[in-house]
Design a protein around this ligand. Structure first.
Ligand code: GLY
Ligand code: MN
Ligand code: MN
Length: 424
């Protein structure tokens, strides 16, 4: 992504801050796994959104007064030791090239305390704030769960230096921005969906009764990487038969028996942006009449819910519509007598936002607007019949309505059966 995109985002955010403020955002750290093992670092999403940087420990500061908005970043200092053990660290020049932050405002982390203590005040070299800063903005979303932002000691220093400082939460401002995607972001999501398409179609190529769920997981993850993805955007779900009635089934270790259906819920990443797709199909490539009836009900609700998407409606309306339509269909098929009984067979929402996070951020109390990307994923789960069906697409809200970003991933019965016939 071009650095101008990150410059623009920081500027937009700075404009929302109160005067005489500074904001502190941290890249976080990888988490401890066991003994001397760490989990792979997962870039803190909002930090990445504002900088394009994917390095642990970095700290971003946005300073704002009437005259000027300035951004500063603190990075790890390159050293021979770090290079030998962890790989080369980014130089100031490289950090500037990715993020668009002026090289003169890039410092090493050991300079942070001094900076926060003195330089943030009027400073002849870096004219930042005219008076003592009045507000500090921190991202306090689920603060307890998040990767460690800045150390307690550092924070204590800030408080000691500026006892009058008001602490404010910057989280909602950033989440609000992230909710509506730019063209650049949509481009990344399109590519993530394209990788996912390759992965799913490669599963169709490989499918036959008796296969273990984990073979599909491996096929998917191998093929999205061949397609250029960095990996899956969440734990891949491959659920044969009854396993498909567990929404977040991730064991993926059972054989898939003949005449059963398989539910795939998976997605690829591209440049940190996620796709999230579900497809369900009979392992032998031929739908039985019962499977087809249930499948066509879910498919019909998937398509009709997508068609309702346009600027001005609420996600809540999509939820209500899908639930009602599934209830209607299940009454017609004789599974339930009253609409309220649908909760036995359908027990999740139909949509969520998607972007840097698979379940992306942003309020659901606002109407949809162009640039919002969301999933549509109705499902029916019948434990006693060992069948679970979910069909999930990724949809971009446009000026006039919507665009289905995953329309090329096959889902109609005739296309699925046709694909399998061609293999034979
Ligand atoms: N993969 C989880 C979901 O579809 O929301
Ligand atoms: Mn999904
Ligand atoms: Mn989803």
């Amino acid at each position: 992504m071009n650095k101008n995109e990150f410059i623009k985002r920081r500027k937009t955010l700075c404009e929302k801050l109160d005067d005489q403020s500074f904001a502190l955002l941290a890249a976080g750290q990888s988490k401890h796994k066991s003994l001397d093992q760490m989990y792979k670092y997962f870039p803190e999403r909002s930090f990445y959104y504002l900088t394009g940087l994917k390095r642990e420990n970095f700290i971003l500061i946005l300073a704002k007064n009437k005259k000027v908005n300035l951004d500063f970043i603190f990075i790890e200092e390159p050293s021979d030791f770090a290079t030998k053990w962890l790989g080369r660290r980014m130089t100031k020049e490289e950090v500037s090239e990715v993020s668009g932050i002026d090289e003169q405002r890039i410092f090493y982390l050991h300079e942070f305390d001094d900076f926060i203590g003195k330089k943030l005040l009027l400073d002849s070299r870096h004219l930042i704030l005219e008076h003592v800063p009045e507000n500090i903005y921190l991202d306090m979303y689920r603060a307890g769960n998040m990767q460690k932002p800045i150390s307690f000691l550092t924070f204590k220093k800030i408080i000691n230096n500026y006892p009058e400082l008001r602490i404010k939460n910057i989280n909602e401002m950033i989440f609000d921005m992230r909710r509506v995607k730019s063209e650049e972001e949509v481009k990344e999501i399109r590519t993530a969906v394209e990788h996912t398409k390759h992965g799913i179609h490669s599963i169709f190529d490989y499918a036959k009764p008796g296969i273990n769920e984990r073979e599909f997981e491996a096929t998917f993850e191998y093929n999205i990487k061949l397609s250029g993805s960095t990996g899956n955007s969440f734990d891949t779900i491959v659920a044969g038969g009854k396993n498909a009635t567990v929404l977040h089934y991730v064991e993926n270790d059972q054989k898939i028996q003949d005449n059963t259906m398989v539910l795939l819920d998976l997605g690829a990443f591209h440049n940190e942006y996620a796709a999230d797709i579900s497809r369900t199909f009979p392992i032998n490539g031929r739908f039985t009449e019962k499977q087809a009836n249930l499948y066509n009900l879910v498919l019909d609700v998937n398509k009709k819910t997508i068609k309702k998407i346009k600027p001005g409606i609420y996600v809540r309306e999509l939820n209500e519509f899908a639930k009602d339509a599934l209830a209607d269909g299940m009454m017609k098929l004789g599974y339930i007598k009253e609409k309220s009984e649908i909760l036995k067979y359908y027990y999740h929402n139909v949509s969520h936002y998607m972007g840097l996070d698979v379940h992306d951020v942003g309020t659901y109390t606002k109407k949809l607007e162009p640039g919002v990307v969301l999933t549509v994923e109705p499902g029916i789960y019948i434990e006693e019949e060992k069948i679970g069906i979910r069909i999930e697409d990724d949809i971009l809200v446009t000026k006039d309505g919507y665009e289905n970003l995953s329309k090329d991933i096959i889902k109609d019965i005739k296309d699925i059966e046709g694909y399998f016939n061609k293999k034979e």
